[in-house]
Design a protein around this ligand. Sequence first.
Ligand code: ASP
Length: 350
Amino acid sequence: MKKISRRNFFNTSLSLGAGAMISRAFSFAQTGNPSSLPVILVAHTNETGIKATEAGWDILSSGGSALDAVEKAANIIELDGEGTSVGYGGIPNEHGVVQLDASIMDGKTYSAGSVGCLENIKTPCSVARIVMERTDHVMLVGKDALEFAKKWGFKEEDLLTEKARKRWLEWKENHSDRDDWGPPEHLKDLQPSDEKDIEYTTGTTNVLAVDKNGDVVGITTTSGLSYKIPGRVGDSPIIGAGLYVDNEVGAAAATGRGEDVIKSCSSFYMVMRMKEGRTPQQACEDAMKLIVDKYKKVNPKFFPGETFRAINKQGEVGICNMRGRRAPSMSVMNVSGYRRHQGTIAFPVE
Ligand code: ASP
């Protein structure tokens, strides 16, 4: 099996040359932009993502709140055991334990809640909602977050699916030659080598919505980086990093290498850019540039793997990938129906 490090996985640039200017290959003109309320945006575009978008839309279109709509949609993705990057079925940490991060922010009440390193609860965003609504705190972590969830009636369950467990064992046996996992030394050479990449999962979900009253709410929920060091908290539960909402402006959220998103307060920055008049699409691109500009002085070839999403109060949306060849897309639904909305690549690979 071929060994690739997460560092190489996330830094998609190494052999691809320097970054170009922001691509306008997928501009608003070509992709269109829904701008009527209510509206919901979901990062996932697979079958579960579409189901989640429709469920959130059902709430919004019948006059329900953005708060209920985003929770409903995010729960559907969290509960899908086939998905390996959010909630139940997420790829575990390096010890084989699934640790979840999630956040929610409500623009109307300027409230936020989050959980970090939460184990054994399938719907971490709902625990985050209770932290937001029923405590005077914003963030609970680890064992105490689990105890808190149990007090509120959440059921403790094993989150490690067979699929995720097998992926973890595969990683454990193959990511290093310098430990004792894998076949006995004297038999290694005799076994046919199974040359394939170790799979690292990304795919946090972001759910952002504006309801008919113009109230804005967002959720970011994830199992975090595959095989992370136990106790690692990513950007997703950190308000301002993986998620930010301002009821006067809109909302923004992130997926990808959370360490960069934390350092650059990406979601807060995107919302502030929109406040200064930038469109959601431009705000996503600005936030990518902010990160790359910092790394320029350290390692100009470094383009970490991130995707940013934003929505404004008018219902316009934006999405941008840091690097790559394929434009990113997300689920969007408003009165015109469901659409797969395509965005831009900040630093396209020629
Ligand atoms: N942003 C997430 C984290 O760093 C990972 C991801 O989006 O895949 O935990």
